[in-house]
Design a protein around this ligand. Sequence first.
Ligand code: SF4
Length: 351
Amino acid sequence: MKTDKPWILERSLGELQDELRTAGFRDYTAWQVFQWLYQKNNQDPASWSNINKQDREKLSGLYDCGCRPVLSVQSDDQGTRKYLIGLADGPEGPRRGGLKIEAVLIREKDHYTFCLSTQVGCALACGFCATGTMGFRRNLRAGEILSQILTLKKELGDPGAKVNLVFMGMGEPLLNYDNLSLALQRIISPDGMGIPPRHISVSTVGILENLKKLERNFPQVKIAFSLNAPNNDLRGRLMPISRRETLGSLLTYFRGKKRRQRLTCEYVLLKGVNDAPAQARELVRLLHGIPAKINLIPYNENPSLPFQRPEEATVEKFRAELIRHGLTVITRWSKGQSIASACGQLAIQLD
Ligand code: SF4
């Protein structure tokens, strides 16, 4: 049901303390509420047992305390699950007629990865990406980012499970910096979810001003730079943003920035486009002076897009060429292709 009450996941601890104080609650109630919401992952005020019944009813009357609803789930046989989540837009609320996003839960050897969305659609229209074909509808609010994590954690059913968060779902996170930053504060804070920042990666095409802000404000959050080409000309053809945010200025920034770990560069390998050994050597020259680790991602094909995945032998040749020149390379064969939840495959019909 659509509700006009303010959404409690949109409130920082300080804001909630101020509001609850004004509404006549005790000072520590906001802190108790935060514990239920984020640490115990319980969004049902009726069951918040350390808060008295009268206050629980009052809280229910004041706030929408729930997560956004899961509309459908698709699973593959490797334990990857894709969740379609309804947002509150639309005359009939989140379940019907409103906007939707996708979030993906990936089972790894010793942990889980949550792949999270930050926008409904994406304005950047990278040629190889299904999300880019959707166009852009709007930024997600901080609560909508947090709600994805709470929902996926609940699905795990194991509160102690080790979780990595990757902002690699729908949208360019750094074009929604303010909401991403609000969400990160609550994800990392011990009063919120308490997830260590080293378990969080933000994938970006490189929106320089906001990248600098992110690295200043959250120095331990990892950056995954979506590179995808060995020069700005080809990158500009694959990723139109590269004409505005050029590789030259981004790499100058990366070269000048001291970081504890190597910079992760993502390189989606597209058959006959960016997968030749000569392009691998050009990539080595491009990254000269930047301690970098390359994640090679053989393309996950989309029926609506013209690109293809290279043969395994081509991927291996490209990788070998990079390694021969001293780069650290990991080939990432994406999971979840059978349910279109792999890297670059998230896309839904916007109503
Ligand atoms: S790759 Fe990322 S930035 Fe590019 S269109 Fe897809 S979601 Fe947007």
